[in-house]
Ligand binder design. Sequence first.
Ligand code: HPA
Length: 261
Amino acid sequence: MTEPGTVAPVGVIGGTGLTTLAGLEISRRYEVKNAWGSPSSALAEGAIRHQPVVFIARHGDPHRIPPHRVNYRANLQALYDAGVRTVVGVNAVGGIHPEMGPARIVIPDQLIDYTWGRASTFFEDDLDRTTHIDFTNPYSERARQLLIRAAVDESMSVSDFGVYAATQGPRLETAAEVCRLERDGCDLVGMTGMPEAALAAELGMNYVCLALVVNWAAGKTDQVITMADIEAAIATGMSGVRKLLEVAMAPLGTLPAPDRP
Ligand code: HPA
């Protein structure tokens, strides 16, 4: 827990390609367990440019937990218990919008949830209050603007809009599924954006998604999607993600928690 008068840490949930956070000077690494179970990885506490940060590797370290088996509730609860009130979720995604090809960084502003069967709420038992949180804007607009500002300051070209389609996985989509996502208005597709964003909202935290496109979504090119291509896009694009995290971290640390739920 953060002591009064100390700076609240920013939480970072690293996805595929971001199992460790280079630039994070780690002061403590510790395992926790909470009412929802164990988070995906040990929590790495440290600082980036003097801003306290708590990092979790969403798929474990080493990477071994598939998207549908991530314990999203334990992850978010662990960050909350560590004093985090602003979370950056880093996600590898497939690009649907013509502007969103491999290695493109996207800071989406909306999402559609196509996942199923995941433990997607903290509101299950022993309820004594309203459970219908407002989720009109799933991402903190203030946090989004800070990431966008960091990109401008670094002269980095990023996409500052986008509807994130959260699919169940772990398989990639069919071409027809991607056509449907596009008709629905989706610009990018990933498997881990939900229920993470909703759980953060339930806990009253700011949440923002920093997405890295690692492949064209199925059917958007004639090419088969290979792990080698995905790894190449990660190798090209992740340095930009790290840079944005580094530059935006201290401003993100100044955000007040939203006044919900
Ligand atoms: N679809 C879903 N999730 C993904 C993709 C994709 O094409 N690429 C990376 N994560």
